[in-house]
Design a protein around this ligand. Structure first.
Ligand code: SF4
Ligand code: SF4
Length: 389
């Protein structure tokens, strides 16, 4: 629930499970009682309540994804199954991945590695690339931070690495660097040594992901306080330092990504620093590369919607008509030709200015697309991506 609540209490009347109640500070939900029926959302006049998620059959989901195949072919992209943890729904996942592979769609599995080896054995024939999290090398600390020890994850990492090596597939390792948890020299070094020695340096890439605050809104929606909410972002210098530590182990293709703050900035200044990147940067790039001759080739009006999550994000609509374009904030136009969704402002700006590669963006799930593929290809010609334009 968010600030749109007008305290009408219609939702409480609608809830047959007695899962909702009001106090001075607003509406509360007893999650153990909620059966996700959605009646409260139906009854809410202000859209303050929203049921997140949707039930899908593997066939329906595949048919939805299949609509974007032309786009995948054009960008050498594909689908990434992530979560939460996708292996928790392994039977569904198996059916869905099979359908994708039978129809020539590339697949990536984004996993924490904490599933039984039998599950990976079933899934891997239908997966092209595994994005595997190795967060904490010390098993006691892993259990303290995540709730489970890491032996299963490390064993699976070894098995998956051997499997991809033998079957011409790929694995990328990902390590989120969280201050006071995973972001220590010792942890990064030990993960690197594990990659080099136990995984025989098979992983094609090792991504160090700087701590970010994208999950804050989810915690808020679930009414859970987030212990890292006042934790500042990492600095560029810190990320470069960890990259050097990682490279010193001999691991190949160590990259880092994510929003950073300037060295020496205070917590207040971090807020301002986060805002240093602006959606306007992307729109400025678009203005610079705009190809009017290509825009004039469009036979009808096109509306492209950009949904950007996280700090500085929002929704914008681009309208292209008669060789001219206009960008406005919000969702004023209902008939949208296609929609691009970005996990962060950094991905939105990065994809435009070339600091984020399109293949990596789509395969890692940072950017998602829905709608008319032919139009997205036209827009790609009208507003070319990348540094060189
Ligand atoms: S979704 Fe949950 S809270 Fe809402 S009406 Fe149904 S049971 Fe009640
Ligand atoms: S129905 Fe919606 S607006 Fe009314 S009290 Fe419930 S959440 Fe608030």
């Amino acid at each position: 629930m968010d600030h749109k609540c007008i305290a009408c209490k219609s939702c409480i009347d609608a809830c047959t499970q007695g899962a909702l109640f009001f106090e001075d500070d607003g509406l509360h939900i007893i999650r153990e009682k909620c059966n996700s029926c959605g009646d409260c959302e139906e009854a809410c006049p202000s859209t303050a309540l929203t049921l997140v998620g949707k039930w899908w059959s593997s066939e329906d989901l595949f048919h939805d994804v299949e609509k974007e195949k032309i786009f995948f072919d054009k960008t050498k992209g594909g689908i990434t199954v992530s979560g939460g943890e996708p292996t928790l729904q392994s039977e569904f996942l198996l059916d869905f991945l099979k359908l994708c592979k039978e129809n020539g769609i590339s697949t990536a599995l984004d996993t924490c590695g904490y599933a039984s080896q039998q599950i990976y054995e079933k899934l891997m024939p239908y997966v092209d690339i595994v994005l595997l999290d190795l967060k904490v090398f010390d098993s006691d600390k892993h259990e303290q931070f995540t709730g489970v020890p890491n032996q299963t994850i490390l064993r699976n990492a070894e098995w998956i690495s051997d499997y991809v090596n033998q079957h011409g597939k790929k694995i990328w390792i990902r390590t989120p660097l969280i201050p006071n948890y995973t972001a220590t020299d010792d942890n990064v070094r030990k993960i690197g040594e594990f990659i080099v020695n136990n995984l025989k340096n098979i992983p094609e890439q090792w991504d160090l992901l700087s701590f970010n605050k994208m999950c804050e809104a989810s915690y808020f929606r679930l009414g859970i306080s987030w212990i890292l909410k006042d934790e500042p972002l990492m600095t560029k210098e810190q990320m470069e330092h960890f990259q050097e530590v990682a490279q010193s182990t001999g691991a190949k293709n160590v990259k880092w990504s994510g929003l950073t703050k300037k060295e020496g900035t205070s917590l207040d200044e971090v807020e301002k620093e986060e805002k240093r990147l602006s959606a306007q940067d992307a729109f400025d790039h678009m203005a610079k590369v705009f190809k009017k001759d290509e825009a004039l080739k469009l036979e009808e009006k096109v509306v492209m919607q950009y949904n950007v999550s996280g700090p500085g994000g929002g929704t914008w609509q681009l309208v292209l008509e008669n060789g001219e374009y206009k960008i406005s904030k919000g969702e004023s136009i209902k008939e949208v030709s296609c929609t691009m969704s970005y996990d962060s402002l950094e991905s939105f700006v990065g994809l435009r200015n070339g600091t984020l590669e399109p293949i990596q963006a789509f395969m890692s799930g940072k950017v998602k697309f829905s709608g008319n593929q032919a139009i997205i290809q036209e827009i790609g010609k009208i507003f070319p991506l990348g540094k060189g334009n």
